[in-house]
Design a protein around this ligand. Structure first.
Ligand code: BES
Ligand code: ZN
Ligand code: ZN
Length: 480
């Protein structure tokens, strides 16, 4: 999608369709909308879309009135959805060149970025492996803005939207095509194109480092494990901060010997969504250049029940020396993250954020609307929550109290990898805390939010690309 800024009145922009936001309680008289408002056919309700031909006062062939709802409730997140829904509506009709009328009241940077992000996200389809020739997508998207100086905001929106789609494409890849080694190749190529440092640790190196928890998970698969490390190091970096982004990269989760039921197992290709989000966030960070040092650590394994697979009851020693009783091989995410968190600390990270499709329990607790957020201290929680709110990626704090550690007691090792039946999302987070130790850290359980089971008007079903935007903003807005 080619993105341009048109510094002229929206009516003068040539396009196959001009998207015009309209609002409840504001009878818009432009472009022939007055009669439709008067008759009640158009009310401006959220995501209400009305396509007009031969609208007066426009060069564009069509006008799409796009409802923004009540003006007092409208914000950048709503704008992103409106833009996405409009793009999806138009591209389904094979419309190729679109313009968007951004009124001066939306002159703030946040709105312009949101329009562009919404358009890019709305245009994405998880159809990479469909061979049909008539894939529909938008070729040109012009922002018709009365306000000058929006180029930076538009560019930011493009970078972030494309990074999020990069993550969505990665998450959508099936496990036969995206093995841990293939994921490392994707990261290496992206790093080379973006000017990031990239290292890929192989099994031997991880053995030398003592990553017994990660290697225990990997041993059931013929696919070798990797640890992807990406580094962004600005020349003017503030010396005191080194943000570490740690993402779960299970390219497929069968459950291992504690095998999952067949029904729905095909979805477990998305068990690397946390890792893919970190790689996507690094791609945007490389282009937007925040003032702090950022590194990503993505442990990639396939959790399989092969003949060499670890068994329930096995005891492994993690990189930080703690012993873990693997009571359930399906609780593998926390095992690989344990060593990745230790490694990130060893590499000098001063602050850590991890994202993982870690538990079914977080979906029971929060549904598909909020990711679970667990923070070791208020400062980290507030930073991540502020970024998530600004980006419209919803997250909700859950407890991380010491008392829960009781649930992870093992008779035979320092800690068990599962708690009992209750509080599964919390016990998973408590387990990780043993490895984040005293480094300020936030854990995001994205099991319910990284994948959409049904399309939304503004987003195709499949991978959502969460929480790429939050992570990018976290790095960009970092203040000591
Ligand atoms: N990848 C799953 C978590 C998951 C479940 C993600 C459903 C998305 C949808 C994770 O590895 C897992 O299997 N967790 C177990 C933990 C249990 C064994 C304590 C779970 O949630 O059932
Ligand atoms: Zn699992
Ligand atoms: Zn998993």
């Amino acid at each position: 999608m080619q993105i341009t800024v048109e510094p002229k009145p929206a009516g003068q922009v040539e396009a196959d369709a001009l998207i015009v936001p309209v609002f409840e309680g504001r009878k818009d008289a432009r472009f022939g909308a007055a009669d439709l408002f008067n008759s009640g056919e158009v009310a401006g309700k959220p995501l209400e879309l009305t396509l007009l031909h031969h609208a007066p006062g426009v060069r564009a062939t069509r006008v799409l009135l796009a409802g923004g709802g009540k003006p007092e409730k409208f914000d950048a997140a709503e704008m992103r959805r409106l833009s996405g829904a409009a793009v999806r509506f138009l591209k389904a009709k094979s419309i190729k060149n679109v313009a968007f009328a951004l009124d001066p009241e939306f002159g703030g940077d946040g709105y312009a970025s949101a329009v562009i992000e919404g358009a890019i996200l709305g245009d994405f389809e998880p159809d990479r492996y469909k061979t049909s020739d008539d894939k529909k997508s938008i070729d040109g998207f012009a922002l018709a803005a009365g306000t000058p100086g929006l180029d930076t905001a538009v560019e930011r929106g493009r970078i972030v939207g494309e990074a999020q789609n990069f993550t969505r494409d990665l998450v959508n890849q099936p496990a036969n095509r995206l093995t841990p080694l293939a994921m490392a190749d994707v990261a290496r190529k992206m790093a080379a194109e973006s000017g990031l440092e990239c290292e890929v640790l192989d099994r031997d190196e991880m053995e030398k480092l003592g990553m017994g928890a990660l290697l225990g998970v990997a041993q059931g698969s013929a696919e070798p494990p990797v640890m992807i490390v990406l580094g962004y190091r600005p020349a003017d970096a503030r010396a005191s901060v080194h943000l570490g982004l740690v993402g779960k990269g299970v390219t497929f989760d069968t459950g291992g010997i504690s095998i999952k039921p067949a029904d729905g197992m095909e979805k477990m290709k998305y068990d690397m969504a946390g890792g893919a989000a970190m790689i996507g966030a690094m791609r945007a960070i490389a282009q937007l250049r925040p003032a702090i040092r950022v590194s990503a650590f993505v442990p990639c394994v396939e959790n399989m029940p092969g003949s060499r697979a670890q068994r329930p009851g096995d005891i492994v020693t993690a990189m930080n020396g703690k012993t873990i009783e693997v009571v359930n091989t399906d609780a593998e995410g926390r095992l690989i993250l344990a060593d990745a968190l230790t490694y990130a600390r060893r590499r000098g990270c001063t602050h850590l954020v991890d994202a993982a499709t870690l538990t079914g329990a977080v979906v029971v607790a929060l549904g598909h609307l909020n990711a679970g957020l667990f923070a070791s201290e208020d400062g980290m929680r507030d930073r991540v929550l502020a970024a998530s709110r600004a980006e419209g990626e919803r997250m909700w704090p859950l407890p991380l109290e010491e008392d829960y550690k009781e649930y992870l007691k093992s008779s035979f090792a320092d800690i068990a990898n599962v708690g009992g039946r209750w509080g599964g999302a919390v016990t998973a987070a408590i387990f990780l805390k043993e490895f984040a130790e005293d480094t300020p850290w936030t854990h995001l359980d994205i099991a319910g939010t990284a994948w959409l089971d049904e399309s939304k008007p503004y987003l195709a079903k499949g991978p959502t690309g969460l929480p790429v935007r939050t992570l990018v903003r976290l790095a960009m807005d970092w203040k000591d």
